[in-house]
Design a binder for this molecule. Structure first.
Ligand SMILES: [Ca+2]
Length: 291
């Protein structure tokens, strides 16, 4: 086992020389393509290698003046946390506000009352601009529950997309330190890009989530949410929490669109990764609209 002979060495050398495109040299060349596909309205893109957890925008000059939001935005991250009461969102199509299920925060919650859109993201899209004053990795979660019946795998999901982040800037993650990451399609179909991400020392695995995803959208579901819960996940039967990477301070947009009917969303939080759960999930925290 593992014995190194001239024969195997020769074979490896030949393979490396002949089939190089999916070996080390090939993977290296994909780096620039990830930067190149960055479609960021506020950045020059090139450095957008947001694949790392330590995407410290910290060395970007400009001295971290957080919170000077003379920027056009709907909500903002304040002291590391953005809070939205879902019922305050500009609702589209068959989204409605409701108050039937007790225990919500603010003045209610939202519910999709149209047909389910299990394979059809982009229906009833709600688009929100968020000012993020500090670059880094942020966790997304919402307070939600099923709104019909007792089967917690039904009426438990809604689509989420971040259209102007780098293609590697939005994913599901579990096992911090030895991360499994699940990116939306079509990003996750790019095998070379996934391989490049796996070269990050903190990432063990990168690929597609189980279940439906398309055009940058991922299905975000709750587990066991027969009552209000912060369970916010992607990848069926393989729960990954939801993260974004923001390469530099500025405004980023998220989009929510309908998937399951009777999925109730009460409150939405985006928080810096370092923010403790009990802070992010403090239902007494006030919403953080832009001024
Ligand atoms: Ca609410």
């Amino acid at each position: 086992m593992g014995r190194w002979t001239w024969g195997t060495a020769f074979a490896v050398l030949v393979l490396a020389a002949c089939g190089g495109d999916d070996d080390v040299t090939g993977a290296g060349t994909t780096t620039s393509s990830s930067g190149g596909t960055t479609s960021n309205t506020t950045s020059a893109g090139g450095t957008g290698g947001a694949a790392t957890t330590t995407s410290t925008g910290g060395n970007r000059g400009g001295g971290g003046d957080a919170g000077s939001a003379s920027v056009a935005c709907d909500y903002q991250v304040e002291s590391g946390v953005m809070v939205i009461e879902a019922e305050d969102l500009p609702l589209a199509a068959d989204w409605q506000t409701a108050t039937t299920e007790a225990g919500f925060t603010g003045s209610g919650y939202i519910v999709w009352t149209g047909n389910s859109q299990n394979n059809n993201p982009g229906q009833g899209t709600i688009s929100i601009d968020v000012y993020v004053p500090v670059a880094g990795r942020y966790r997304w979660r919402w307070r939600n529950r099923i709104g019909m019946g007792t089967n917690t795998t039904e009426h438990n999901d809604t689509w989420l997309r971040w259209p102007d982040l780098a293609v590697t800037g939005y994913y599901g993650m579990k096992n911090p330190g030895n991360e499994s990451r699940r990116y939306p399609k079509p990003t996750c179909d790019d095998g070379n890009l996934m391989q490049m991400i796996e070269q990050d020392a903190t990432v063990a695995s990168a690929g597609c989530p189980n279940g439906s995803t398309s055009d940058g959208w991922m299905k975000i579901y709750s587990s066991g949410a027969s009552d209000w819960s912060w369970s916010t996940r992607t990848s069926d039967n393989d729960a990954h929490n939801i993260f974004i990477e923001v390469a530099q301070p500025g405004v980023v947009t998220f989009e929510i669109s309908a998937r399951a009917d009777f999925h109730l969303i009460d409150r939405i939080v985006l928080s810096e990764e370092s923010v403790a759960d009990n802070v992010a999930e403090d239902t007494g925290a006030m919403p953080t609209p832009c001024d």
